[in-house]
Design a protein around this ligand. Sequence first.
Ligand code: HPA
Length: 250
Amino acid sequence: MSHPHIDLAVIGGSGLYNFPGLQNATRHAVDTPYGPASGEVVQGDFAGRTVAFLARHGESHSLPPHRVNYRANLWALHHLGARRVVGVNAVGGIRDDMGPRVIVVPDQLIDYTHGRFTSFCDVDGAEVKHIDFSEPYTASLRGELLAAAARVGVPAIDGGCYGATQGPRLETRAEISRMKRDGCDLVGMTGMPEACLARELELDYACLALVANFAAGCGDEAEISIEEIFAHLAAATANVPVIIGELLKR
Ligand code: HPA
C-alpha cells in the first residue's frame, strides 16, 4: 500500500462529522468487498501523528444506525492501515452519574440490535472465526483514552456497560428499566456490531461515549428533546479532539 502508517482511526458519531484540526487532509474512497463505507476516509496530520477519520452516519448524517455499513467502515480503515480505532458514540445515560455531557469509556456491552451483519465470515469461502469477546474493548486503548482525558483535565468515567439498541427510535421507559436490570449503564444505537467487527479484524478498539441525555425514564423530563440531545452532544464533542490530541502525544 502507498498509504502512510495510520496512528489512530476515529469513527465519529452523531455530532462529529469531521475531525477539527486535521491538517494536510487527503480523502480516500475505499472499494470494499462489503459495499460502500459511510463515506470517504479523511486522513491527515493531527498532533504530529497520522489520523484517519470516518463519519459513521455519513458527513451529512444520512445513514440511520441500522443502515450503517459497519463491515465496510472497519474493513476500509483496516485496509488503509489503521490498527487502532476509537469509536465516538452518542449515548443516553442510565446510571445516575451518567447525565448529559458526561464522557464515559465503557468496559462492557450488551447487544440488543438485530438484523445487522455482525461478522465478516458470512461470505462464501470465508474462514469461520469465533473471537473471544469477554472483554469487548481493548484495555490498553481504553487506558490511553482515560489517561489522556485526565492529563487535559476532562473528566471521564472509567467503565460502564453500553447497551446497543436497534434504533432509530429512542427506547420506552420499560425497555430502559429492563436494560438497567440487565446491568446497562448507557444506551446507544451504534456500538454494535462495530466492536465485534473490529475484534474480528484484530483492531484495537475502544469507545468514547458522549452522554447526550438521560435515557427514557432516568431523568426528570417526561420526554426527551432531540434539540437538547444535539446541544449536549455539541458540548461534549468539543472535548474529543482535545483528548485524542493528548493521547497521540505519547
Ligand atoms: N437512546 C439510544 N441512543 C441514544 C440515546 C438514547 O437515549 N441518546 C443518544 N443516543
